[in-house]
Design a protein around this ligand. Structure first.
Ligand SMILES: [Zn+2]
Length: 62
């Protein structure tokens, strides 16, 4: 399963339906998250982590 598919599962499991994908970026409530593989090894880990991305904020305001 691709990272993107795992991220989608993770979000939907959390009960969030207001999200979209911008290429490989997950956007929830206007906040962009980078999708990354997680290798923490926790038994209940779904193998994906979402990292909040602030990279675009400045540009949006210009
Ligand atoms: Zn993990």
């Amino acid at each position: 399963m691709s990272l993107k598919a795992r991220a989608r599962e993770k979000v939907e499991r959390a009960g969030i339906s207001n999200y979209m994908f911008d290429h490989d970026i997950l956007v929830m409530c206007g906040v962009r998250y980078t999708i990354a593989a997680c290798d923490c090894g926790e038994p209940d880990c779904d193998g994906v982590k979402l990292e909040r991305s602030a990279a675009m904020v400045g540009r949006v305001l210009q």
